[in-house]
Design a protein around this ligand. Sequence first.
Ligand code: ASP
Length: 585
Amino acid sequence: MFRTHTCGELRMADVNTEVTLAGWVQRIRDLGAMTFIDLRDRYGITQLVVDEETNELVTTKLTELGREFVIQAKGTVRERSSKNSNIETGEIEIALSEIQILNPAELPPFTIQDNTDGGDDLRMKYRYLDLRRNTVRENLILRAKMAHAVRSYLNDKKFIETETPVLIKSTPEGARDFIVPSRMNEGEFYALPQSPQVFKQLLMIAGFDRYYQIVKCFRDEDLRADRQPEFTQIDCEMAFVEQKDVLETFEGLTKFLFKETLNLEIKEFPWMPYSEAMEKYGSDKPDIRFEMLINDISETVKGKGFGVFDSAEFIGAICAPNCATYSRKQLDQLTNWVKRPQIGAKGLVYVKCNDDGSFKSSVDKFYSQDDLKQWADAVGAKPHDLILVMSGDRDKTLSALGELRLEMGTQLELRDKNIFKPLWVVDFPLLEWNEETQRFHAMHHPFTAPKPEDVHLLDTDPGKVRANAYDLVINGVEIGGGSVRIYNSELQATMFDKLGFTTEEAQTQFGFLMNAFKYGAPPHAGIAFGFDRLVSMFAGLDSIRDVIAFPKNNSGRDVMIDSPSPVAQEQLDELSLKLNIKEKE
Ligand code: ASP
């Protein structure tokens, strides 16, 4: 037997037992008469002791040992004289009688400890060593636990776990596809799925009734902290349901996950229309852990001779509680913050609500104390508060105010990672006008159904049509989204037409789906959660990379296996591909 116990298992009750352990050498402390070795495996750390009585063979082996060597150690469990309450095996140690080096190790490029000295790049290059660290491994154990809970909840609810293909067909579904050349079909390509969307709809036509899959999806987009070229979704679809049924089922799943993994009871999730989220939070993923809502003060502030406001389409304000004491420097910093290209505001107007009921603003030249009192009333500001105002194009200003609101929430420590406030954002617009392409794009995807009461607007005012589309948002992060689907081939054809597809294009790309709709398609709806995001949120982390065993870096590279990489000319020839890369200067 390789080992009788793991390194996290032995306790006082095991004293005097003969044991065999195996693991990695974490640390060796040579105190002359005694040597201590911390032996580590996934389950914990156990202290091994070699003292003078131990046979010579062991003592000689010791001189060869180094950090991260893999060893097998035999000995007797005994009570420690100085106990360590920080680790679970801290009351005992093993008096060694035999030691065997199973595999020596080179000195690791960084320390394998909770707080390592390794930088990001180094840790990614040696990810297998990084994964030996408790903090990193624990994130992946949480992930496994959550995946297990998802399966158990959905299996209980009679969902059928079904795999869908990874080599599919390139279709325009928002992001750019990763494409894979086909050797057997010269000049033709597969695409990796951005999501199993059409397959899960076909499964509903097939009568599966309830489908789910924890599935890899691929999108060739520029990367950010919460994006990876390949990521995992909890993907689901249900037949004979309405929006309410989907939201109930997946609210149930979310609550189940909170309970199972964090032991948290979460109250019923509020529903917020998209329009309200945009108006009050300046975002379609509002962080509702704190208030500080956006107020439209356009009517209150116009007509006093301040040109910037008088000519603006929209003027909005937030009220930062207890911030009237902000210094000149702090206010300048905020102004510079909103002027950064990421936010793109032209400036920031402030009003300090003094304790004595008077006001001090950056636009005192144009506004009297009475005027400013009206502003304060409009935003519900009290003495000691700070009003922050921005103006300009309505949508841009709302979104800039939304960003400023989040920044103030962070500065005022109102965004506690241990508090979770989920909500459903509902009634998304069906279509979104794209300035660049000068046409409408599907806000969610082309298979989303318009709200029946808005269908008549499709011809006259397409931008006004709302969809039964919904997002689950937790703490300002979009965790998932879905919609009620079109299940009628004519309506699907109209939708493609509105999206600027010619009949032929729609036919070549999605003919199979419109055709399938003719063979008895049930009403259906579905949703997908971003699993990596959900896990990273549960783990209290900002980046999804920390919950992925082997993630890619910001340039989409796996620096450990060094991918992507060039391929041999023969491979290209077999695929009939010719590279056309301009020589670098
Ligand atoms: N396929 C969609 C997505 O990936 C989710 C859904 O509509 O079910 O966002």
